[in-house]
Design a protein around this ligand. Structure first.
Ligand code: ZN
Length: 281
């Protein structure tokens, strides 16, 4: 486990997971995601932990998925079948099938799994939370935002209709979701609170204390009652179609990757410049 990129401690029945890759704005490598999943599952299974907090060291919560280098690798090797940092050995099929498998496990799969953990989870977000960063905070039950937090999903600029986990419509409503996606705009913390995406906004230097205070308050409650309350809300959303919508929009997302395969001829990433040119012509 790359415990230098992730930290974990239990503070009075609150399990605190900290993203610790501040130098890279907490961009998520594949290994980080696997380790983060392991930490979430360990905290979920630990009966001494009643609430899980996800926070981040440094200026920014997360710049999203770390895709640096993967375009080059993909281009040079046509290389989905090649094991490497970007393509670990379980990524063994090429083309859209490989992307679909990869993202099913690490993006929508993990996010959905964390959303369904049977205890309350709280994300504490400061600075930038971009694209894949949303896949870390959205699955949490509560989001506390620092007053400098900024939320964006600029994936439309890459020729894809949004990140893999379509929280947008559920988080801010259909009309704001469309504006958000169509313009690739950034929501401020205050806007996010107004639209109902975050629970509260606090001064950045009070983010951790406010989050822990709330976590400890919740940790006083009966754990089974908390699990039931969480399930009641999640189940209501699922009955409204959340779960089915997530899966079908994930498949829509894959047609964006399919398009990049057709346009660019290599599998994992859209080349932004090339995509801009091809969209113009
Ligand atoms: Zn994707």
């Amino acid at each position: 486990m790359t415990d230098d990129l992730l930290l974990y401690e239990v503070v009075d029945r609150v399990g605190v997971i900290t993203l610790n890759r501040a130098a890279k704005a907490n961009a998520q490598t594949p290994q980080m995601l696997d380790d983060l999943d392991a930490l979430f599952m360990a905290a979920a299974a630990d009966r001494n932990v009643r609430v899980i907090v996800l926070q981040a060291n440094g200026k920014h919560f997360s710049a999203g998925h770390d895709i640096s280098g993967s375009t080059e690798q993909a281009r040079s090797a046509q290389a989905a079948a090649t094991a490497s940092d970007e393509f670990p050995s379980d990524y063994s099929v090429s083309g859209l099938e490989g992307i679909y498998e990869w993202e099913t496990k690490r993006y929508i799969g993990y996010a959905r799994k964390w959303r369904d953990i049977r205890k309350p989870t709280i994300a504490a977000v400061q600075g930038q939370c971009i694209a894949g960063g949303l896949l870390l905070c959205w699955p949490c039950d509560l989001i506390i935002a620092a007053d400098n937090a900024k939320f964006s999903d600029p994936v439309v600029r890459m020729g894809i209709g949004g990140v893999e986990y379509h929280g947008h419509t559920w988080e801010v409503g259909a009309r704001k979701a469309k504006e958000w996606l169509f313009t690739a705009k950034t929501f401020t913390a205050d806007e996010a609170e107004r639209y109902g995406m975050v629970n509260r906004v606090v001064p950045v230097d009070e983010l951790r204390s406010a989050t822990m205070e709330l976590a400890h308050q919740i940790a006083q409650m009966h754990p089974f009652a908390l699990a039931q309350a969480k399930r009641a809300v999640n189940q209501t959303q699922d009955v409204q179609g959340f779960y089915a919508a997530l899966q079908s929009v994930f498949d829509i997302h894959q047609t964006g990757h399919g398009n990049s395969l057709v346009v660019n001829g290599y599998p994992i990433l859209v080349d932004l410049d090339q995509m801009k040119q091809s969209l113009k012509s």
